[in-house]
Design a protein around this ligand. Structure first.
Ligand code: NAP
Length: 254
């Protein structure tokens, strides 16, 4: 295995939900390694500083405002990417998020909203990129799930169910779409300090310390921990890896 196989240089990478947190780190990290990146969010003004940051080190970037819950906007984003960069090599389905509610408090509408923004939209994005991958002879997908999709998640029940769906969808897609030379893998992060997670999961220093104490690695996760695994899965070095879910939690969840 040559070190060159670990390169993502010139690959075209779409990162959904990249205006902050893990998605932002993925977009900037891939761009620093020479990939051409598409950044996305529902709010264009949140993408502008990231576009500027990527351009400041000579990176190639396209910003697309689109809501991943809306099929027409998803399809449009993939088409815009194809028009601008000529192809797509890797789709990272990162957009998502939740709010804390136990299941006895959660309304049917609330359940639908969380599942739609964490599971349905992953399928919409995969479906929209598939014809492009088929036409160009293959491609890669990385879905961002969560350890909440593996273990019981009191207070995050709808989110956990949706993220479990993402893991299963990954496995089925990896089998059904192998004929198109599409590799589909999944990352299940534990607690990673981001704008979204901090507010919902560890709003106080006391709560942060409790998580650190429970984590064998002795620290909180940072977005770059997820970037490193995505960089590997996005390269030729991972060409025999598909249908897998990599848990990244510093050993906290076993
Ligand atoms: N951080 C953690 O501890 C952790 C753990 C496990 C899994 N995860 C997963 O990792 C991913 C990123 O998490 P994070 O902590 O970085 O989240 P975050 O800080 O809340 O950021 C979420 C990103 O997704 C975008 N987004 C949300 N819904 C969208 C939609 N419908 N269409 C387009 N963009 C959308 C948001 O942008 P706009 O609001 O501007 O649209 C934002 O850029 C999520 O899927 C999350 O479930 C996170």
């Amino acid at each position: 295995m040559a070190l060159a196989d670990f390169s993502v240089k010139d690959k075209v990478v779409v990162v959904t939900g990249s205006s902050q947190g893990i998605g932002r780190a993925l977009a900037i990290g891939f761009a620093k390694e020479g990939a051409k990146v598409v950044i996305n969010s529902r709010k264009i003004e949140k993408l502008q500083p990231i576009e500027e940051e990527i351009k400041s080190f000579g990176g190639d970037v396209l910003s697309v405002q689109a809501d991943m819950r809306k099929v027409d906007e998803v399809v449009n984003m993939m088409q815009k990417t194809k028009q601008h960069f000529g192809r797509i090599d890797l789709l990272i389905n990162n957009a998502g998020g939740s709010f804390g509610h136990t299941l006895d408090e959660l309304s049917p509408n609330g359940f639908d909203a969380v599942v739609r923004n964490n599971l349905n939209q992953v399928f919409y994005c995969c479906s929209a990129v598939r014809p492009i991958f088929e036409e160009q002879g293959g491609g890669k997908i990385i879905n961002i799930s969560s350890v909440a999709g593996i273990y019981a998640s009191p207070g995050l029940g709808a989110y956990g169910a949706a993220k479990a769906g993402v893991i299963n969808l990954t496995k089925t897609l990896s089998k059904e779409w192998a004929k198109y030379n599409i590799l589909v893998n999944c990352i299940a992060p534990g607690l990673i300090i981001t704008e979204g997670a901090e507010e919902v999961l560890v709003p106080t220093q006391e709560k942060k310390q409790k998580v650190i104490d429970e984590t064998p690695a002795g620290r909180l996760g940072v977005p770059e921990d997820i970037l490193n695994a995505c960089l590997y899965l996005g390269t030729e070095a991972a060409s025999f890896v598909t249908g897998e879910t990599i848990t990244i939690s510093g050993g906290r969840t076993h």
